[in-house]
Design a protein around this ligand. Structure first.
Ligand SMILES: Cc1ncc(COP(=O)(O)O)c(C=O)c1O
Length: 427
């Protein structure tokens, strides 16, 4: 399959890291996006500009503090657009997804009684498991939903069988950072709500690959991390306002008592927030230049896709359309390498249910050996479990070193895939 003829070079040139070369002048190949993507220049500029013009704490009666207040407000609005949230008051910033999830599991735990149940899944990153399992110390019962070994899709029948009147929360990933599966969040939300529970969604892996719409998916909380979508190391959470209001945050006394600030412990990473705005501006620009006009069916009566929301949707649709055939080519080429085993969905008809993230093992080679061989040639991939320990354990590969993970982002190219395949054939 051919990648659509989108000229990515104007985009690649915005990422200084993509211009880096090894000692032989060969450009580095970044297939490590699921562990953190590269950032465009404007993200760095926004962060540097913060330090020059706005480096002060918030809420002061002087110009640098006011500028910082503006940065925080603007970034909250930008993240609300990214999540397609009803309001910016529903956006909570934190250090990263894991810290936000621990902080919310503690706050949610305050409302639960011993014997209440929480469901986690074997398909998740531990950042969406350990914070919930920690509530066992309060007498909360943790149940585990399984996935199908053959294609790494969540077993929805199994999930349904675990739901009951005692279930208070279900924690699922939007997409698996190990095997790429995209879960049907809207369908899961219906099941979870029918049982009277809340749905917590980890969108960290999905965020750089497709449009997000918390209202359409119908979940109650969603959390992601800007360093996975071309920004700096900042975590961002969306939560339903009534729930954010109900929850009792762990906070210091002088800080605000209303959401979202009541959940933002200590001083935020202000320079990071400036960078998050830069990343969202970048994506909006991708939408303006590369996006197809949205079909009129997407432009609903409330005009939810106006302005930047429309640009972000167009950007993420364009990114999906670019990554899909690139991934097909990667998969087809890797499948031809003798002794490789691919984990996850491999049927192209089912690719609506996966991200362009490929996990594989190869007979006769440990995953770390493959990653090191590639790394020595300037091709960056991850090996091991990438903290998706429940996945590697379930697949029976944890004790043999996990899997090699090749993660495509929209800045990757066919030529880079060719280099990867040549290097793998040359082991
Ligand atoms: C799917 C998924 N969830 C959660 C995390 C943890 O994110 P953070 O580093 O922001 O805590 C990651 C990081 O790799 C991830 O891929």
């Amino acid at each position: 399959m051919n990648t659509p003829r989108i000229d990515l070079s104007p985009l690649r040139s915005q990422f200084p890291a993509l211009q880096e070369t090894d000692a032989n002048g060969r450009p580095y190949v970044y297939f490590d996006g699921p562990g953190g993507t590269q950032v465009p220049q404007r993200v760095m500029d926004a962060m540097a500009d913060y330090f020059v013009r706005a480096n002060a704490n918030h809420g002061g009666h002087f110009i640098t503090s006011r500028r910082n207040d503006d940065t925080i407000d603007q970034t909250r609005t930008a993240m609300a657009d990214f999540f397609k949230a009803p309001s910016a008051a529903e956006i909570v910033f934190g250090a990263n997804m894991t810290s936000l999830t621990f902080s919310f599991s503690r706050a949610i735990g305050r409302m639960l009684q011993p014997g209440d149940e929480i469901i986690v899944t074997h398909l998740d990153h531990d950042g969406n498991i350990a914070p919930w399992v920690a509530l066992k110390e309060k007498g909360i019962i943790i149940k585990w939903a399984d996935f199908r070994r053959e294609d790494c899709r969540l077993d929805l029948d199994h999930l349904a069988s675990l739901l009951n009147a005692k279930t208070k929360l279900v924690a699922v990933g939007y997409a698996s950072n190990a095997v790429g599966t995209i879960n049907p969040i809207a369908e899961i939300a219906e099941m979870v709500h029918a049982a009277g529970a809340w749905l917590w969604v980890d969108a960290v892996h999905y965020a750089p690959h497709g449009p997000i719409d918390v209202q359409h998916t119908g979940c109650d909380f969603m959390v992601c991390s800007a360093y996975k979508f071309f920004g700096p190391h900042v975590g961002a959470l969306w939560g339903r306002l009534d729930l954010l209001e109900q929850l009792s945050a762990y906070k210091v006394r002088p800080s605000k008592t209303t959401p979202p600030q009541k959940f933002e412990t200590g001083t935020l990473n202000h320079e990071g927030l400036a960078g998050v705005s830069g990343a969202i501006d970048y994506l909006a620009e991708v939408g303006r230049h590369y996006g197809n006009p949205l079909p009129s069916i997407d432009v609903d009566a409330r005009n939810e896709y106006s302005g930047r929301r429309r640009e972000l949707k167009q950007a993420m649709d364009a990114i999906m359309a670019y990554e899909r055939p690139l991934f097909v080519n990667l998969l087809t080429a890797i499948q031809k390498i003798p002794g490789t085993r691919i984990y996850g969905i491999t049927d192209p008809m089912e690719f609506d249910h996966r991200c362009p993230t490929l996990a594989f093992t190869r007979e006769g080679f440990a995953p770390s050996q493959i990653a090191e061989h590639l790394g020595n040639q300037g091709i960056f991939v991850w090996h091991g479990n990438y903290y998706a320990l429940a996945v590697t354990e379930r697949l029976g590969v944890e004790d043999s070193g996990g899997m090699v993970r090749v993660g495509l982002a929209h800045y990757n190219t066919e030529e880079e895939i060719d280099r990867l395949i040549a290097a793998l054939n040359n082991m």
